[in-house]
Ligand binder design. Structure first.
Ligand SMILES: NC(=O)C1=CN([C@@H]2O[C@H](COP(=O)(O)OP(=O)(O)OC[C@H]3O[C@@H](n4cnc5c(N)ncnc54)[C@H](O)[C@@H]3O)[C@@H](O)[C@H]2O)C=CC1
Ligand SMILES: O=C(O)C(=O)[C@H](O)COP(=O)(O)O
Length: 393
């Protein structure tokens, strides 16, 4: 069987080798670089493993007559035309939640960096827009920083089954001092998210508002944002995603506090988890029950940092928390790397393809004093996902 996969799916070769060994199937895995496979590769593909950069539509599928299975190692699925996939009779899978921790860490790192730059954390409310896996991961970490978080999610409110208090008060979002976007890109339907932050919404944000987008670029109308910032550069904006990726806006970049090349989900665990989860879904569809290495085993193959030896004799202030977060993942380095290269699609894709191994906040081990015994601190440290142990005398 001929399997075609994006070159940026780590460990897929080793996992497919295990599958071939255990199942006895003749599997050929070929990789494609860039955003699209070649016509020859598509003509041969029976199963295809992609990332968010490959747009799948009827035109692409027409070139892949043997394709029966399509999987994307991403949370977002807006790059796949579901109607075309259905019409082609394909089985389609994505990997919900797979890099939610990484996105939560990204938002925490952005908040930490902004707070150090601005001399403090927001005193007002923090709005999480979209209370799914990534929104909750972000909100949890911001609550751990001591912020007052609320969740805007009308679809979830309508479903009425959320374990989290969610609301549908858009004005409360716009009045918040910090806003972080975590919605899927939806152009239609009862709750569209395309240009959710348009000129009208952006005009209502108070000077000094922090606005973060690590969901999809078109959730914020890029031209309207540029207009607002050119008139009044009084918002602190952090963008990981861009309306016209892989082309980023060179005009907007100087007005942004922090800017990154769509890497919020790219912690090592997030990326490996994508390969691992997707291959497991393919195995299930093939009705193969095999013993794949665990995700922890895959992670153990990478010389990447557990952050140990940190002591906290007294309860940390916000600066200390910010420094610990940045010690695990420092968004400012990704920002500097993006600003150091020309704003071209090739450079954008190269930064993503060559992205360094990134730790998660849950890899920080902290040895604490008695202060951490309080219920409040235990909760906050757990929200930040730090690992803690009481100091030995
Ligand atoms: N920058 C990056 O690297 C990454 C970006 N993403 C993007 O983030 C999106 C969200 O991811 P998850 O939180 O895991 O998805 P999820 O499906 O777990 O949650 C999305 C939430 O948004 C809510 N929602 C939908 N329309 C809404 C609206 N109009 N207003 C408010 N809430 C609305 C849904 O009810 C749902 O609770 C993905 O679809 C993907 O596009 C995801 C992972 C990494
Ligand atoms: O999961 C998603 O959705 C994302 O946006 C990924 O984290 C990043 O996408 P890739 O382009 O790396 O697949």
């Amino acid at each position: 069987m001929y399997l075609l996969a994006d070159a940026n799916l780590p460990e897929l070769d080793s996992l497919v080798a295990v599958v071939a060994r255990q199942s006895g199937l003749a599997l050929q895995l070929e990789r494609f670089g860039g955003r699209l496979p070649s016509a020859e590769q598509l003509a041969r593909a029976e199963a295809m493993f992609i990332r968010s950069v490959t747009k799948v539509d009827a035109q692409l599928l027409a070139q892949a007559p043997k394709l029966r299975w399509l999987g994307s190692a991403t949370i977002g699925t807006d790059h796949v035309d579901q109607a075309a996939v259905q019409a082609a009779g394909l089985s389609f899978h994505s990997t919900p939640g797979v890099n939610a921790n990484a996105v939560g860490d990204y938002v925490a790192s952005a908040a930490a960096a902004l707070a150090l730059q601005r001399g403090g954390l927001p005193e007002g409310e923090v709005a999480i827009v979209g209370a799914g896996n990534t929104g909750r991961a972000a909100g949890q970490r911001l609550a751990g920083l001591g912020l007052s978080v609320h969740y805007y999610d009308p679809p979830l409110l309508e479903q009425g089954s959320s374990t989290l208090a969610v609301h549908d008060d858009w004005q409360r979002v716009l009045n918040s001092q910090m806003i972080s976007c975590h919605v899927p890109l939806q152009r239609e339907g009862p709750h569209p998210t395309w240009h959710m932050f348009d000129a009208e919404a952006l005009a209502q944000l108070a000077p000094g508002t922090w606005l973060i987008n690590a969901s999809r670029g078109p959730v914020i109308a890029e031209q309207a944002l540029l207009n607002r910032l050119q008139q009044q550069s009084d918002l602190d904006v952090v963008l990981d995603v861009w309306e016209h990726e892989p082309q980023i806006s060179a005009a907007l970049l100087p007005y942004l506090q922090l800017a990154t090349p769509h890497i919020a989900g790219h912690s090592l665990a997030g990326k490996l988890g994508g390969s691992w989860q997707l291959l497991n879904k393919w195995l299930t569809d093939q009705q193969l029950s095999l013993q794949l290495p665990s995700l922890a085993t895959l992670l153990g193959r990478y010389p990447q940092g557990q952050i140990q030896g940190l002591r906290a004799d007294k309860a940390p202030d916000w600066q200390q928390l910010a420094h610990w977060i940045l010690r695990c993942y420092d968004i400012r380095k990704d920002d500097a790397a993006l600003r150091a290269v020309p704003c071209t699609p090739a450079e954008f894709d190269a930064l993503r393809a060559q992205y360094a191994v990134r730790s998660e906040l849950n890899q920080l081990h902290l040895s604490t004093g008695d202060w951490a015994d309080s219920v409040a601190w235990q909760q906050r440290l757990a929200q930040l996902t730090f690992q803690t142990a009481t100091q030995e005398e």
